[in-house]
Every structure is written in C-alpha cells, then in structure tokens.
Design a protein. Structure first.
Length: 382
C-alpha cells in the first residue's frame, strides 16, 4: 500500500512539473505568481495589436511592436465593481494629437509607439491609460494553437487573400473550433458592408468565446503552455507586481463588459461624443446611472436566421406589445442563443430581457442604429 501511495505521489509530482514547466522561462523573465488579494484599485490599460512590418515583399521584418495598430482597446480592470470593461476603438477613428496633426488612431503606433498611442487615446476619450500592453499577430496564432483552438460561430462565408501580407482567409459559416491561423483570419476579415466595424464586433464575440475557453477545465490545464507561447510576442510596461495582481483578479472571474466606441460611418468612424461621455462616466469614472429606463418607442433590431421567419413574426408581435419599434435583421447563420444586447448603459437591455424572460448582455456586438438587439436562438420563448 505504501509503495502504491509513493508511486501515486511521484506520478502527481511529475504531472505537476509537466504542467508548470512551460511557465518557468516566462516567469523568470517577466512573469509573476497570482496575488491572492488581486487588484486593490481600478487599473486602466491600453491594449492593442501590432500589425506585421515587412522588410520586403512577403518578408516579415523582426518584431519591434511598431506596426499599425490593428485592434485598439481601452480596458478598465475594476475590482470594486468586479468587472472588466473593454472599449473597442475602431482603427479608422480620427484623432488630433498636438505636434502630430490629424491621423487615424492606428497610425500613431508607427509614429511613436505605445506612449504616443496612449496620448492619442487620451485625446480621443479624455481617459489616460495608466499602462499599455502590445500584442503581435504571432501571439494570437500561437496562443490559440497552444489552447487547442477556440470555438467560434462564423456568421457568413469569409474569403479573402492578400499574398503580400501572407493573409489567406477561407471560412465557412457555422459554429466550429478554429486554429490560430483561422482565428487570425476571422478577426482580421473586413471585406463586407460593415468593414472595420464588423471586424470589431467579431473581435468582441471572440473575447467572450476566449474567456469561456480559458476558464474551462481544458483551458486551465493548457494555460501554462498558452502563456509560454504568447510571452515572446508581447510588450508591456506593467510591473511584475501589477501582473501578479491582475492574474489574481482574473482568477476571481470578474464580469466582462465589451463596448464599441459609439459613433457612425462617415469620413472614418465619426464618434458620438454624447454617447461616448455617458459610457465613460459610467464604466470608467464609476458614476451612478438612472435606476429606470422606458422601452416605449425604442428601436429593436430583431436578428434571426434561415428557417426562423415564423419565430421572428411571433417575436415581433411580442415586441410591438411592449411599445417597441422593430427592425427585422435576417442573417446567414441563426444565433447560437437567445439574448438581448445593448451597446450602452444596459438599463434598456435589462428591462427588455426581464420583460421577455431572456438573458441580456452589454456588448458592442449590437446592431448599429438600433437602441437594442434581440437575437433569436433555438431557445427563444416565442
């Protein structure tokens, strides 16, 4: 019996070493152990992806994190509200930084790197990021592969080829597990009617899918290998103590709120200043919001897929009975689940979700131009 227990103990220690081993290098270089206390005060980060740079045709230059900013996120880690707020800033948003003039926000990365990107975000939003985190596209591919893929619902056929950039996208619609190269294509695809905004909305959907994957038993088992795979392709000014506090905060499973910078198409992405100030005051400054919201007269985008026309009719009748206006929004792939979305404070989404008996979520995935979005999945109660 003792011999059996000894063998079992040695086996467990070997398994633990196998699990931890990939982390030894990253931890020694710049990692940190999770702090049990987590974050004690809110922390604002600028997170963005750095596009590849090229030294010649088809030839990538060494990574220096100074390519065009491909994905720009203003992130608020808020332990007081127990949530993470991610505000996506479209890369075609124009910003005027003194001394540099007007540029699309993604151009400030090659002009001055992370510090100038922080200045650009501060001039745009009035919120100055305290720290930055820059991630190359190589980190995305390697991290997803180390995780074993991420399950994503591809909403339409996506096909695009850029031989100069080495980008080939060929995805069929449907819910499927994508590898690193496929995820990069899904997140970078912008050859449709919504252009960069559609791409931003897919990125937000991916954030939620990635969160679920990482927190699954399989994801936690593979987490050390994911960290080891990503670490060489990340640049940050976070201190070791701050990294440990962030890891400790993440292990407490905070709520994820993803938002799209309010605005409309124009000469780039034209920001809705009033709506932006409202979101920043609520989610970044911690100001209180009104306790009630009226649904009367609000416009709801009703999202449904092939074969759901009768279901959409019944849902529309229920929405009209609540005093709402309805915009029918058919899509190529039926939504995976029924939910109400709002790219805003969330009171309207909560009110409609409670009235219909369906979940609600604050997300920039909501249909543009409508106050609310109702997605009809197979579980729709109509």
């Amino acid at each position: 019996m003792r011999r059996f227990l000894l063998v079992l103990l040695l086996g467990l220690l070997a398994a633990l070493f196998y699990w931890v081993y990939p982390l030894l290098g990253p931890v020694a270089r710049q990692g940190a152990l999770p702090s049990p206390a987590g974050l004690e005060e809110p922390l604002t980060l600028l997170v963005y992806g750095s596009s590849p740079e090229y030294s010649g045709y088809h030839r990538r230059a060494p990574e220096r994190f100074r390519g065009l900013a491909d994905t720009v996120l203003l992130v608020r880690l808020d332990p007081l509200a127990h949530r993470v707020v991610v505000l996506s800033i479209p890369r075609d948003t124009w910003v005027n930084v003194p001394g540099y003039g007007w540029h699309k926000i993604n151009a400030y990365s090659p002009l001055g790197g992370p510090e100038l990107m922080k200045e650009a975000v501060a001039h745009l939003t009035g919120v100055r990021p305290e720290r930055y985190l820059v991630v190359s596209t190589e980190a995305l591919r390697r991290g997803v592969d180390a995780l074993g893929g991420v399950r994503v619902c591809v909403e339409k056929p996506m096909r695009y080829r850029d031989t100069a950039a080495g980008l080939s996208i060929d995805l069929e619609p449907g819910c499927q597990v994508l590898n690193g190269v496929q995820v990069e294509g899904y997140l970078r695809f912008r050859k449709d009617a919504l252009g960069d905004i559609g791409r931003v909305q897919r990125q937000q959907a991916f954030f939620h899918a990635l969160k679920e994957e990482l927190l699954s038993p399989k994801g936690l088992l593979r987490l050390p290998r994911v960290v080891a795979a990503v670490e060489p392709y990340v640049q940050t000014d976070l201190s070791r103590g701050e990294r440990g506090a962030i890891l400790g905060f993440a292990m407490k499973r905070p709520e994820l709120v993803s938002l799209l910078l309010p605005g409309r198409f124009g000469g780039g992405w034209e920001v809705d200043e009033g709506a932006m100030r409202q979101l920043l005051a609520l989610y970044f400054a911690g100001e209180a919001q009104e306790a009630e919201a009226s649904l009367s007269g609000k416009l709801v985008a009703l999202v449904y897929g092939p074969g759901q026309e009768a279901l959409a009719e019944r849902a529309q009748e229920s929405l009209h009975a609540l005093g709402l206006r309805v915009l029918r929004h058919p899509v190529d792939l039926a939504p995976a689940r029924t939910e109400v979305l709002e790219n805003g404070p969330g009171l309207l989404a909560k009110a409609l979700g409670e009235a219909l008996g369906v979940p609600h979520r604050i997300s920039g995935e909501a249909v543009l131009g409508a106050h609310l979005t109702l997605r009809l999945g197979g579980d729709a109660p109509f």
